[in-house]
Design a protein around this ligand. Sequence first.
Ligand SMILES: Nc1ncnc2c1ncn2[C@@H]1O[C@H](COP(=O)(O)OP(=O)(O)OP(=O)(O)O)[C@@H](O)[C@H]1O
Ligand SMILES: [Mg+2]
Length: 177
Amino acid sequence: MVPQTWQNPAMTCDYALRLTSHAPEDTAAIAARLGAGLGAGDVVLLSGPVGAGKSLFARALIQARLAELGRYEDVPSPSFTLVQTYDLDRVEIWHADLYRLADPHDALELGLDQAFEDAICLVEWPERLGAFCPASGLHVTLEPAADEDTRSLRFSATDPRWGDVLRMLADAPTRPA
Ligand SMILES: Nc1ncnc2c1ncn2[C@@H]1O[C@H](COP(=O)(O)OP(=O)(O)OP(=O)(O)O)[C@@H](O)[C@H]1O
Ligand SMILES: [Mg+2]
């Protein structure tokens, strides 16, 4: 994984980072590292086309947090249930796949508005939330590249809360390409 850009123009509170993943294992390692820094109220918004790696990213992050507690569990896709939750010791993780969300208001029935306050939320297809998409979330956009196993991961946020998190990700050890 190779950090390509790092900007922190403090005047605008705009935070962005781009990493290149050369294999699923790279993406999983980035996700695990991000996950270690997340707490209640943190929302990660995972965008990108079908097959980009949103679920792989979410699954790796969840499994890393579970493994910290000595738990090795399946992390099923929420494609049909829309939401899967994981009870960690002090916080829940909510994994949502909103591809099938018919109306943004349905997110409220799922309890997502409360989860955005209380839980760690990983949201695939956040575009489906419309106006309910939390402004304080961290956007992660996965973009396929010409090489089948390469993905560009773009992180962006406006909430200053993410500044240190992105700096920590940018400082991650790299492996040879
Ligand atoms: N560098 C990479 N990072 C992530 N996934 C990769 C990478 N290279 C190849 N892949 C493969 O791409 C696929 C990503 O599938 P995944 O289900 O995570 O996509 P998705 O973005 O969640 O799609 P959907 O929109 O259908 O939910 C997996 O089969 C994974 O092994
Ligand atoms: Mg998915």
